[in-house]
Design a protein around this ligand. Structure first.
Ligand code: PMP
Length: 415
């Protein structure tokens, strides 16, 4: 595909790596134009939950495309959006009473930040300082980059990124330092704390305990500071429960969801908020409306896919599939952990990760492209974060495919 004019994301074209052309997909399997079968071990960037080309989601998209494809959402509405909002309210914590649509994980985070600042402004006590957790990743737009870890991903853009206060990651044995730093930062009247609950994703699949999340939430509530949970990766069962926050018994003031919202079929996001945040914007005064939109906000086809996803959650044994995948990952990870060179095995629900030796250069580690090529040759879509290899497959993946993934990682440890 060297003659293609396409400039791919997070891809260094100068390395001349092959870019496979995928013609179709089913379940956890991708099929390429040159006749190969590839196992999707990372759910195509963490989006595909039930499996590729799920018939119910595909049918809902086709039906909606023939009925109503697109309608401006400022001051207009449609049945698929109403259904998604109703069904989200029914399945998510009852405190989250409002649903704002956008198009991606990054935009759901931008919306969360704007809601938080609007809340404080309209209460008559403007605040803008944002607290974040070390190693965080929230997307690639300027606001989302600003609240994420600074480094290789965003070095060129740093002069444009706004300042945040970073709370140290609650690594094992250092949890109290995190909580102490948060308590100190909360005394400076920030607008909000933003966290990836229980596991930071792109920052290295690093986990931390539920009690720390619960304590962080309690400290924010006591200080009257908004608590924003970015569940863009962790939502929709990835961590073993519908939301990661559930495992800590916490409810955020603002919740960001995307990726698995449509089962991974089409782009859509929502930012859910507690009632006081909505009410702070609610007035007869037009200058207090929430000034955020994009052309395709709540696109009906995307909403139809999300409504189908929510129906699958209600009607199919999704939670059992998640529990089964978590078990199947656990036994294989335990065996992999015995392999020389494999370090820091960790798992949260359906997500498993290990570190391989040679983790020198972080994301840009020289070993990473070699690993990528090795997995590609094995017919596996695995995309290490530096030398951290993680497995986050669609819930329907078969045992043989899981075995092939783990066998390849064990072999890669010796590369
Ligand atoms: N938040 C988190 C926790 C993420 O993992 C991601 C994407 N990997 C995003 C936000 C950004 O989502 P998107 O790529 O859909 O903009």
């Amino acid at each position: 595909m060297t003659d293609s004019p396409i400039w791919h994301p997070f891809t260094q074209h100068g390395l001349g790596e092959p870019i496979p052309l995928v013609t179709h997909a089913e379940g956890a399997t991708l099929f390429t134009r040159d006749g190969r079968r590839i196992v999707d071990a990372i759910s195509s960037w963490w989006v595909t939950t039930h499996g590729h080309a799920h018939p119910r989601i595909g049918a809902a998209i086709a039906e909606q495309a023939g009925r109503l494809d697109q309608i401006i959402f400022a001051g207009w509405t449609h049945e698929p959006a109403e259904a998604v909002a109703r069904d989200l309210i029914a399945i998510m914590p009852p405190e989250l009473t409002r649903v704002f649509f956008s198009d991606s994980g990054s935009t759901s985070v931008e919306v969360a930040l704007k809601m938080a600042l609007g809340y404080w402004l309209h209460r008559g006590e403007p605040r803008h300082r944002i607290l974040v957790l070390e190693h965080g990743y929230h997307g690639d737009t300027i606001g989302a980059m600003s609240i994420g870890a600074r480094g290789a991903f965003n070095r060129a853009y740093q002069p444009l990124l706004f300042d945040v206060a970073t709370i140290p990651f609650p690594a094992a044995g250092r949890e109290q330092a995190t909580l102490d730093a948060l308590a100190a930062a909360l005394r400076e009247s920030p607008a909000a704390l933003v966290v990836e609950p229980l596991i930071v994703g792109a920052g290295g699949m690093l986990t931390y305990p539920a009690w720390v999340l619960a304590e962080m939430r309690r400290l924010c509530a006591d200080a009257g500071v908004l608590f924003i949970a970015d569940e863009v990766m962790t939502g929709w069962g990835r961590t073993g429960t519908l939301l990661a926050c559930e495992q800590a018994g916490v409810v955020p003031d603002i919740l960001c969801l995307s990726k698995g919202l449509t089962g991974g079929a089409v782009p859509l996001a929502v930012t859910m908020a507690i009632e006081p945040i909505y009410q702070a914007h609610h007035a007869a005064d037009r200058s207090r409306m929430f000034f955020h939109s994009s052309s395709y906000t709540a696109n009906p086809i995307a909403c139809a896919a999300a409504a189908a996803n929510l129906a699958i959650w209600r009607e199919e044994p999704v939670r059992e599939r998640i529990a089964s995948l978590a078990d199947r990952q656990r036994t294989r990870l335990a065996a992999l952990a015995q392999t020389p060179g494999v370090a820091n095995p960790r798992q949260l629900g359906t997500i498993a990760a290990v570190d391989l030796p040679g983790g020198d250069g972080g994301y840009l580690s020289k070993r990473s492209p070699r690993l990528l090529a090795f997995f590609r040759e094995r017919g596996l879509l695995l995309r290490p974060l530096g030398t951290t290899v993680y497995v986050m497959p669609p819930y329907c993946i078969g045992d043989n495919d899981l075995d092939a993934i783990y066998a390849a990682i064990a072999e890669a440890a010796a590369l």
